[in-house]
Design a protein around this ligand. Structure first.
Ligand SMILES: C[S@@+](CC[C@H](N)C(=O)[O-])C[C@H]1O[C@@H](n2cnc3c(N)ncnc32)[C@H](O)[C@@H]1O
Length: 492
């Protein structure tokens, strides 16, 4: 076997690809893989940062914002004094470390070829929403021409494009991008562009690229686009995936989030697994052109929660009904969350340990993106509780938290370390509810204190109480005691 071939990589990592009637190919594990293990990691074929507003839900389209770029390597925000590539003077970085790593990984083959200023000029001819696509097409064309990464290029050629399934208006947009790219190709430093092939490239990229998610100022952003044909080719979608892909240090890695047995397929989520079923399936059908048949889509309990979460439902109930919190998939998770929380609060486990053992373990998983769907759902309705009394606001926050918790229970196995972060997200939700409703003076004082972790945990406890009071009376009494103490402190 050619040691450079895709099959060789797959085999070297204890995996195997198989034909699949529905999905074309799938990748299964040949060994048991324990949760948290990095299964595979690759250098992408091409990766580029989105501009400040491009990955955000909030579109701000001033020229100043559109011009604001990010670190070319890690996609982080740029400091005022930012290192630049000394040769082209165009690529900008947040640190000299990123500069040198980007040079070694990719920039040495782009620098002197790709003219970023000319790319921006060409992109300026398009509507703001198409500009990232033009930048991607330029970078990908260069990477494919440079031909440096044999396996990635081999994989690129084998990826589906679903070109004949794209709606006509999308193909027209892609044709417009291809035409602008072709006009500016020489200035950008590209060979002459085959417009039709560029349209296919954009179709292929659309159903195979990865977005790098981050939360900035409480808003979900994707701050970069990463293209790794190898990973795209190997891993199919599931709404309850057993792996996640993350991007850091210039590499994409696939990590197991559940224990995986030999013979099991490795899957990732193409659509935010926290979205309600209708929204999830719509995205999978519109962007990836398949109807999902995974177990979660067929699970009726999940369907009930999806209904509650569904954006079309006129009003979310203020609390999940008791029977829902006792679903077999949810109940053990809730006990576990309470257990962890209690340990933190009672001091059996210090918050530093929680941070180390829970939060660090999941820092590179897209957990925040997951919770954001539920958070966003609540935020859309925060006007409804603005001006209402504090108790009501807290109830809303708790309701929102319960959605998050319920979804976590369905997306992750009990005792998953993700719940550590979830406790904090829940805490943030409760706190945000107070702030949104205009806190009273004692609460203002508390606001000043709230940054401390223990207060966050207390708010998390308050929310968790709503879910758990049916089950664990001793936990409830201890947490209530702690909350009383904190209330007294904030009033004094
Ligand atoms: C990134 S590729 C995955 C690799 C693909 N299986 C192959 O053999 O080329 C994405 C495409 O795979 C197919 N696919 C992925 N997950 C699927 C699933 N759960 N059910 C059906 N088709 C799926 C869809 O055609 C989708 O557009």
């Amino acid at each position: 076997m050619d040691p450079e071939s895709i099959d060789a990589v797959v085999e070297a990592h204890g995996l195997r690809t198989e034909e699949d009637a529905e999905k074309r190919r799938k990748t299964v594990s040949q060994r048991n893989i324990s949760r948290g293990t990095e299964v595979l990691s690759t250098v992408p074929l091409y990766a580029f940062p989105l501009r400040a507003n491009e990955g955000s839900n909030v579109q701000v389209e001033t020229e100043e914002v559109l011009a604001e770029t990010r670190c070319m390597y890690c996609f982080g925000q740029l400091p005022v004094r930012r290192p630049r590539c000394s040769q082209c003077r165009q690529a900008q970085y947040c640190s000299t470390k990123c500069l040198s790593q980007h040079w070694t990984q990719r920039h040495h083959s782009e620098c002197g070829t790709l003219n970023y200023v000319a790319i921006d000029t060409a992109a300026g001819k398009l509507k703001p929403e198409y500009r990232p696509l033009l930048r991607m097409a330029a970078g990908l064309t260069q990477a494919l021409v440079a031909g440096k990464q044999h396996r990635q290029i081999q994989a690129w050629a084998r990826l589906v494009s679903h070109r004949d399934q794209h709606p006509a208006y999308v193909l027209r947009q892609y044709a417009e991008i291809a035409s602008v790219l072709s006009t500016h190709a020489k200035a950008i430093g590209l060979p002459s562009i085959d417009k039709d092939a560029t349209v296919t490239m954009l179709c292929r990229a659309g159903c195979n690229n990865f977005m790098a998610p981050v939360i900035e100022d409480n808003v979900l952003c994707t701050n970069g686009v990463v293209c790794s044909p190898l990973l795209s080719l190997l891993f199919n979608h599931s709404c309850r995936p057993n792996c996640v892909i993350s991007y850091s240090d210039g590499r994409l890695s696939l990590r197991a989030i559940e224990n995986i047995e030999a013979g099991q397929e490795l899957t990732i989520a193409y659509a935010d697994a926290m979205l309600p079923r209708t929204a999830r399936r719509e995205r999978l059908e519109n962007v990836y052109f398949f109807a999902c048949t995974c177990a979660k889509c067929g699970n009726t309990d999940c369907g009930r929660i999806d209904q509650l979460m569904d954006r079309e439902s006129p009003q979310p109930p203020k609390q999940l009904s008791a029977d829902l919190t006792q679903l077999p998939e949810i109940a053990p998770w809730v006990s576990c969350a309470i257990g962890l929380l209690l340990h933190c609060i009672s001091g059996t486990v210090t918050s530093a340990q929680v941070e180390k053992e829970c939060l660090c373990a999941i820092s590179d998983l897209p957990s925040r993106e997951m919770s954001f769907a539920a958070f966003g759902y609540w935020r859309e309705r925060q006007d409804e509780c603005r001006g209402s009394d504090d108790g009501n606001a807290r109830l809303w926050a708790c309701a929102a938290s319960q959605y998050v918790l319920a979804f976590y229970a369905l997306n992750y196995p009990p005792s998953h370390p993700m719940l550590g972060l979830q406790c904090l997200t829940t805490a943030a939700l409760s706190w945000n509810a107070l702030v949104a409703c205009g806190p009273t003076e004692p609460q203002c004082k508390a606001l000043a204190l709230t940054r401390s972790r223990i207060t966050s945990l207390a708010h998390a406890a308050r929310s968790l109480l709503q879910v758990s009071s049916l089950h664990c009376s001793s936990v409830v009494s201890q947490v209530t005691l702690l909350l009383d103490q904190l209330d007294q402190e904030s009033q004094s």
